[in-house]
Design a binder for this molecule. Structure first.
Ligand SMILES: Cc1ncc(COP(=O)(O)O)c(C=O)c1O
Length: 424
């Protein structure tokens, strides 16, 4: 082992051999911060964080000085720029990704008595949008590599009531879209892709969001670009886009600015919608953020590559697998623990990493195991073994485009230190 390899092994907490062939196990002797030793970092590194620069601030201030704070010119500009970036025919902005999911569920025609098949390995909002429409979310288990909806499991859950299939691009790794689209075609289903983790991800060389059905994105601060709160739904279908626009504006078929420019006072409410509009303030921020999206994605991919190389071979740790047909967007970096070689459970390792000032997190408690879903649908655990078993072993490492190289190395060092300590 060369000097630099040895130093790297030391910093990663692995046993290794020095130039004279002597075994060194330095980090396993380091006292963990949770046991009173010095933490790897002095300051806390969160798992996700926004990047906002002076251009973003100037764009927002400009709108604040203008006539339109809510639906003004920036809304359309942002939607057009976003549609062009993902390669969609239509993009409709919303006050959050959750509002976008609700609108997509509405536009799909979901109603009481209908079913929508989705993944349990997601944030609750994915399944909740089905409930907002009075329909029933039907979970199907996930594939063990990507933790995305398993198309074969999904197909087994199709009934005459099924109207929608709602795959999730977990952590930014695209769902298994081709078989899902084929399944939708066979059974006449609408696809609502929850791409809230996956802006900029590619499936077979195409950016997510360019399909005919509906794709939903989120601009929450931990995402690839932010508008504070915010979301977008893309679709290839003009009538669907029109319905989405109407739904986000109380079900009113024209907006105030259009009426003003046409000298009209009359408006008509044609369906029961909500106020889910994204403001001009937020859209100005979104437009500026969009100019940085390529760079943000490149940085996230660079961090993921560094993690993959540095963490490979650490006993007790399995990095997230990537299928050959995709380019992930890396919203999260979820590692799985191999508990068979570790002397501690996920909870203890999580707490040990937090004590090292590494802001690890866990994504996700499978949705059906939340009390609301247990109480309402009678789930008891054990229904979706792949998702449930993965959940017990998942830890999300910090992943955001503003992370510096030193931050990345701190995470690697802390993971090596903690896992070396707990490896049997
Ligand atoms: C998979 C998934 N779907 C939907 C949402 C909801 O997005 P928002 O927070 O913009 O409402 C999130 C939020 O993080 C999410 O992770």
């Amino acid at each position: 082992m060369s000097g630099s390899e040895l130093r790297r092994a030391r910093s990663r907490g692995f046993p290794g051999k020095d130039d004279e062939g002597m075994t060194v196990t330095p980090a396993s002797r380091e006292t963990l911060a949770i046991d009173g030793g010095p933490p790897v970092r002095k300051t806390f590194l969160p798992y996700g964080h926004q990047s906002v620069d002076e251009n973003d601030i100037a764009a927002v201030v400009e709108v604040l000085r203008s006539d339109w704070l809510t639906t003004g010119p920036k809304v359309g500009e942002f939607e057009e720029a976003f549609a062009a970036w993902v390669g969609a025919k239509h993009a409709v902005s919303f006050s959050s990704g959750t509002a976008g999911l609700h609108a997509a569920a509405f536009a799909s025609g979901l109603k009481a008595g209908d079913e929508a098949i989705t993944s349990p390995m997601t944030f609750a909002a994915t399944a909740n949008c089905v409930l907002y429409q009075g329909a029933t979310p039907v979970f199907a288990d996930v594939s063990s590599d990507t933790l995305n909806l398993d198309p074969a499991e999904a197909e087994m859950r199709v009934t005459p009531r099924t109207k929608v299939i709602l795959p999730v691009d977990f952590a930014g790794h695209p769902a298994d879209l081709e078989p899902i689209l084929q399944l939708a075609e066979r059974h006449g289903l609408t696809v609502i892709e929850d791409a809230c983790h996956a802006l900029g991800a590619e499936y077979r060389g195409q950016r997510l969001g360019s399909m005919q059905h509906m794709t939903v994105f989120s601009f929450h601060p931990v995402k690839h670009i932010t508008t504070g709160e915010g979301g977008m739904v893309t679709t290839g279908d003009a009538r669907t886009a029109e319905m989405l626009r109407c739904f986000r504006n109380h079900g009113i078929s024209s907006d105030a600015r259009k009426r003003q420019s046409e000298g009209q006072w009359r408006y008509e409410m044609v369906l029961l919608g909500f106020n889910y509009r994204l403001t001009d303030i937020a859209c100005a921020l979104g437009l500026q953020q969009l100019t940085k999206l390529d760079g943000n994605l490149a940085r996230r991919r660079q961090i993921a590559s560094r993690y993959a190389v540095a963490l490979e071979g650490i006993p007790g740790l399995i990095p997230p697998p990537v299928r050959s047909e995709v380019l992930p967007a890396w919203h999260l970096y979820p590692i799985r623990l191999d508990l068979s070689v570790l002397s501690a459970g996920r909870g203890e390792i999580f707490r040990a990493l937090r004590a090292e000032n590494i802001g690890v997190n866990v994504h996700y408690i499978p949705v059906h195991l939340h009390p609301y879903y247990r109480d309402r649908f009678g789930y008891r655990g054990g229904e979706f073994p792949v998702a449930e078993e993965a959940y017990e072993r998942l830890i999300s490492l910090p992943m955001f485009h503003g992370m510096g190289d030193d931050d990345v190395e701190d995470v690697i060092r802390a993971v090596g230190k903690v896992l070396a300590h707990f490896t049997r």
